[in-house]
Ligand binder design. Structure first.
Ligand code: PTJ
Length: 257
């Protein structure tokens, strides 16, 4: 056999050889499994990841040009914002905790844990995990704010976090909450591999890409744009066409090009 051998159940992600043709997918699966064991990721998170992987496979496991443009627009919107927040759920925390911390630093955004299946244990486990990866402050634990129009647990946010944010990055979000956040008048940036999902469809800036690639890409754009004028940043956001980006992603899924 020519393919490099991978341990069926690696105990450590370092055991996955980088030369393996499915390295990124194996790494992702390992992180999600590990997240489940640490009480960070929910069991539903495994299902969500499987759905995402299927879309990533159809997209050719690459960042489309339209997704890169969206990432640049997202970086510009976060730099322009007065109160930007990066929302983190159990999948995001397991897949790219250090990358989320880097992005928050590059854009001066707050980090808030916001869960679909909210329990105090998971909230604490995720906040600890983010702190271990360098986060100095993690919001979400106060839970003294509300997203109107949603049932109780999913609506709970921090008053000085998502509730009062003007721009929110919500990766891998469920459609209902994404819609409700949009209805609060916030500039909503979504990362979702499914261009047909309600979250992607309702976002001001949908990034149809794997979160593993998208978050570092937004950070890289933010660093490039660090010294850009507000007028230049506004021009980037205004010239971004969400409907065209979604069409390009859907065409890539359907045709493989
Ligand atoms: O941690 P919690 O309790 O907040 O729960 C989080 C999940 C993800 C379980 C919850 O929000 C959920 O059920 O989400 P959905 O409705 O399954 O939506 C998740 C979306 O993310 C789907 O459209 C997937 O295609 C997409 N997705 C999954 N994995 C990735 C992804 N998008 C980008 N990168 C991924 N790695």
């Amino acid at each position: 056999m020519d393919e490099p051998q991978v341990p069926a159940d690696p105990d450590d992600e370092a055991e996955i050889p980088e030369s393996h043709p499915r390295y990124e997918s194996l790494l992702t699966r390992h992180r999600i499994e590990d997240g489940l064991e640490k009480g960070i990721t929910s069991r539903q998170g495994l299902i969500a990841q499987g759905r995402g992987e299927a879309y990533d496979y159809l997209l050719g496991e690459r960042t489309l040009e339209s997704a890169d443009e969206a990432a640049q627009a997202a970086a510009a919107a976060l730099l322009l914002a007065d109160r930007p927040v990066v929302s983190v759920n159990g999948n995001v925390a397991a897949l790219c905790p250090g990358e989320v911390v880097d992005l928050a630093e590059a854009t001066d955004a707050a980090i808030e844990v916001n869960l679909f299946n909210r329990t105090e244990e998971r909230m604490e486990a995720i906040a600890d995990h983010l702190r271990k990866h360098g986060a100095s402050e993690v919001k979400g634990l106060a839970g003294d704010g509300k997203i109107p129009g949603l049932d109780h647990a999913r609506a709970t946010v921090d008053a000085d976090g998502i509730e009062s944010a003007d721009t929110v990055l919500v990766p891998l979000e469920d459609g209902d909450r994404a819609e409700a956040l949009g209805a609060m008048g916030k500039t909503e940036i979504v990362i979702d591999l499914n261009p047909l999902s309600r979250s992607a469809q309702t976002a001001a800036i949908p990034i149809v890409d794997n979160i593993i690639r998208a978050v570092p890409n937004v950070t890289a754009h933010a660093r490039e744009l660090q010294d850009a004028s507000r007028a230049d940043l506004r021009a980037i956001v205004e010239s971004f066409d969400a409907a065209a980006a979604l069409d390009a992603a859907e065409a890539a899924v359907r045709t493989g090009r």
